[in-house]
Design a protein around this ligand. Structure first.
Ligand code: MSK
Length: 628
C-alpha cells in the first residue's frame, strides 16, 4: 500500500495520535492516511465536480474548456453538471442530519405511548416550553400528552407542511422575508431533500443557479428543521446540557477496565449503553472477569452527545477513531450511524475488539450486529456490555499502549446554560459586543480531513480569533481539537485578547464554548436569531461568522450552506468539488452575498482565514455604528 509521504509530526500535532501512528505502522495496520496516499492523485474530473453518473447514457466526464466532451451525453454542460452534483451532495447531508432528528422524534412519540422502556422525558420544562412555542396548549396536559402532541406537530414538519417549517419563527422577520423573496423558505424537511433529487434527475431543472438556490432551501430545512428538532428533542429526552468539566484524548481509556467506545451521532443508543455500563450487576460481572469496572468513552458526535449531557469522557475525533483501536485497550466500539469508517471493522479484527453496529440502516459486514429498537434497547445494551466484558478476557496485555494523560475541558453550554451563566439574559453578551470587549462570535464546527494537518487548521484559527477578542463556539469533532489545545478551560483565557479575557473571567467562561454535536449547530442558529432580535437587526448584520476548517462530509456542506443562507459568512478550509464551474464557484464565493447577505470563503491557512473573518466582523461592527 502507498504510504503518506508526510512525516508523523506533519500528520498530527498530538502525542496520542503520533504514538498510535507509530504503533499502527509497527503492527502493519493501514489507516486513513495510508488510504489517502493510495488514492492520491484523485481523478481531476471528480475533483472539479465534472463527472456525472446519474444515468446510464453515461457516466460522463465533462470538459468545459476542452476540444471535446464539453457536454455530457444528455447535453448538460459543466455548470449544470457541477450544480447537480453539489445539489445532491447537500441534500445527502441535510437528509442525514434530518433522519437523525426523525429518530429522536420517533423516540419521543414512543415515550409518549409508553412503548420505549428505559427512555423518559428528562426535561419537562423544556418540553412545555417547546409546546408553547409551537402553539400547543399545555394547560391540563401531562408530560406524556405534551410529548404526543409535540411529536405529532414535528412529524408534520418532516412531511406535510405546505408553507414553512415551524421553528423558522426563531429567525428574525427580516431573514424570513429574504427567504420568502428568494423562494428559499423551507416547506417540509423531507420535501426539500426529495425535490432536490427530483430537480437533479436528467431533464428536470437545467438552470445551475436555480439548483443552487434549491440547495440553500434544502440546507435551511436541515438547520432550522431536522437538526433543530434533533437538538431540542435530545434535550427533552436526555436532559438539557449544563456546564461541567470532563476529560478528553486517548488517555481516557483505562488499562484496568472494560473500555467501550460509543461512536456515531445519535444519543438514543449511547444513552442506553451508558445506563447498562453503570448497572451494578454489569459492574459485578466486569469485576468477576478481572476488570476494575466498565469505562464508556465517546468518539465523534455520539461522544459529544454523551459528553454534553452525561460528562462521559471523549476519546477522540474523526481522525482518532482508528487510532483508538490501535491502543489495543478497546473491548468494543458501539456504532450508531454517520462518520463511522468501515475500516474500523478490519482494524477491530486485528485485536480482541468487537465492532457492534446497532442501527437497521447502518450495517457493517464483518462486525456484530445487535439491532436496537426503542422497545428492546435496554436489553440490547446489557447484551452489548456483556459481550464487551467477554472481550476483556481476551485482551492481549502485551499489545496495550494507552498514550498520554487526559486533558480537561469545560462542556455543556446549551443556549439555556449560556443565558444562565450570563445571569439570566443575553444582555451582558450584547453589551460586551457593543463596547468591543467581545468583537464578535464565530462558530467553528465540523470534522477532520486527512488532506489537512490533523486539528491544525481548527486550533490555529481558534487561537487567532480569541487573540483578537472574538468568542468561539464549537461543535462536533472541532471540540476535541480545542480541548487538547487547552482552549476550553478558563486557563485558555491566557491565550485570549484582553477584552475577551475580561468578559469571560467575569462570567467564569472559557474562551471557546462547547455547544454540542453536529446537529447542535442549530443552537448557534437559534442564538444568532435571539441576538439579532434583541438588536432589531437581521442575522446578516451581526458581527458573527462560521467556519468548518477541516470539513469532509456532505453534512458539513449542508451546515455551511444553511449558515450562509441564514446570513452568516462561512469559512471552509477546503473547497467542495465545484471548481469545474466558474458560475457555481462564483456564486458560492460572491454571488450568494447578493442573495442572502453572506457567502463562502475558502482558505486553508488558519491565520489568513482569521484575517478574513476578522475583517468581516470589523465591517459588520462599523455598519452597526460600533467601534471596530
Ligand atoms: S462527527 S460530520 S466528522 S464533525 Fe459529527 Fe465529526 Fe464531521 Fe462527522
Amino acid at each position: 500500500m502507498a504510504k503518506d509521504t508526510r512525516t508523523i509530526e506533519e500528520l498530527s500535532p498530538w502525542e496520542d495520535a503520533r504514538r498510535m501512528l507509530v504503533k499502527a505502522k509497527d503492527e502493519g495496520i493501514a489507516t486513513v492516511w495510508d488510504r489517502l496516499a493510495e488514492q492520491t492523485p484523485h481523478c481531476s474530473f471528480c475533483d472539479q465536480g465534472l463527472t456525472c453518473n446519474k444515468c446510464v447514457m453515461g457516466p460522463c466526464r465533462v470538459n468545459p474548456k476542452g476540444p471535446k466532451r464539453q457536454l455530457g451525453v444528455c447535453g448538460a454542460d459543466g455548470d449544470l453538471t457541477v450544480a447537480r452534483n453539489f445539489g445532491r451532495f447537500v441534500a445527502a447531508g441535510a437528509a442525514s442530519h434530518s433522519d437523525h432528528g426523525r429518530d429522536l422524534l420517533e423516540a419521543l412519540e414512543a415515550v409518549s405511548h409508553g412503548t420505549a422502556p428505559g427512555y423518559a422525558v428528562r426535561d419537562t420544562d423544556k418540553l412545555a416550553r417547546l409546546c408553547a412555542e409551537v402553539g400547543i396548549a399545555t394547560l391540563g396536559l401531562d408530560a406524556a400528552s405534551q410529548a404526543k402532541a409535540l411529536a405529532e406537530h414535528f412529524f408534520e414538519d418532516f412531511g406535510t407542511r405546505r408553507h414553512a417549517l415551524s421553528l423558522l419563527s426563531r429567525a428574525p422577520k427580516k431573514r424570513r422575508d429574504i427567504w420568502d423573496a428568494t423562494r428559499s423558505t423551507p416547506r417540509g424537511i423531507d420535501r426539500e431533500c426529495v425535490e432536490m433529487l427530483h430537480r437533479t434527475h436528467m431533464g428536470v431543472d437545467c438552470d445551475p443557479v436555480s439548483i443552487c438556490l434549491h440547495a440553500a432551501r434544502t440546507a435551511l430545512a436541515d438547520g432550522w428543521g431536522g437538526s433543530m428538532i434533533g437538538t431540542e428533542l435530545s434535550d427533552v429526552l436526555f436532559g438539557t446540557p449544563r456546564p461541567a468539566t470532563v476529560e478528553a484524548n486517548l488517555g481516557v481509556l483505562r488499562a484496568d477496565s472494560v473500555n467501550i467506545l460509543v461512536h456515531g451521532h445519535s444519543p438514543v443508543v449511547s444513552e442506553m449503553i451508558l445506563a447498562a455500563a453503570r448497572d451494578p450487576e454489569m459492574l459485578a460481572k466486569a469485576k468477576a472477569a478481572g476488570a476494575a469496572g466498565v469505562n464508556v468513552a465517546g468518539l465523534c458526535c455520539t461522544g459529544n452527545e454523551v459528553l454534553m449531557r452525561q460528562g462521559v469522557p471523549l476519546a477522540g475525533n474523526h481522525l482518532m477513531t482508528e487510532l483508538a483501536l490501535v491502543t489495543g485497550a478497546v473491548e468494543m466500539v458501539v456504532a450508531d450511524y454517520q462518520c463511522v469508517m468501515p475500516s474500523l471493522v478490519q482494524i477491530a479484527s486485528c485485536y480482541h475488539t468487537r465492532f457492534v453496529s446497532t442501527s437497521e440502516k447502518a450495517r457493517f459486514p464483518g462486525g456484530t450486529h445487535l439491532e436496537f429498537t426503542l422497545e428492546n434497547a435496554r436489553d440490547k445494551a446489557r447484551e452489548a456490555v456483556e459481550l464487551a466484558i467477554e472481550a476483556f478476557t481476551r485482551r492481549d496485555a502485551g499489545r496495550v499502549d494507552i498514550p498520554t494523560t487526559p486533558v480537561s475541558l469545560r462542556t455543556g453550554y446549551s443556549n439555556e446554560a449560556v443565558i444562565e451563566a450570563l445571569g439570566g439574559s443575553a444582555e451582558p453578551l450584547l453589551a460586551a459586543i457593543k463596547i468591543g470587549l467581545v468583537r464578535g462570535v464565530v462558530g467553528i464546527v465540523g470534522c477532520n480531513n486527512p488532506k489537512l494537518p490533523h486539528d491544525g487548521v481548527l486550533t490555529g484559527l481558534a487561537k487567532e480569533l480569541i487573540r483578537q477578542d472574538i468568542l468561539v463556539v464549537v461543535t462536533g469533532c472541532a471540540t476535541v481539537a480545542m480541548g487538547k489545545a487547552g482552549l476550553m478551560t478558563t486557563e485558555g483565557l491566557e491565550q485570549a485578547g484582553v477584552g475577551l479575557a475580561e468578559f469571560c473571567s467575569r462570567f467564569d467562561l472559557p474562551p471557546v464554548l462547547h455547544v454540542g454535536s453536529c446537529v447542535d449547530n442549530s443552537r448557534i442558529l437559534a442564538l444568532c436569531g435571539m441576538l439579532a432580535d434583541a438588536l432589531g437587526v437581521d442575522i446578516a448584520d451581526l458581527p458573527v461568522a462560521a467556519s468548518a476548517p477541516e470539513w469532509y462530509s456532505e453534512k458539513a456542506a449542508a451546515i455551511g450552506l444553511y449558515a450562509v443562507a441564514s446570513g452568516i459568512m462561512t469559512h471552509l478550509g477546503l473547497p467542495p468539488n465545484i471548481l469545474g464551474s466558474e458560475l457555481v464557484t462564483g456564486l458560492a464565493l460572491e454571488g450568494l452575498e447578493g442573495v442572502f447577505g453572506a457567502s463562502f470563503v475558502v482558505e486553508p491557512d488558519p491565520v489568513k482565514a482569521a484575517e478574513a473573518i476578522s475583517r468581516r466582523i470589523t465591517a459588520k461592527r462599523l455598519a452597526l455604528g460600533l467601534n471596530d
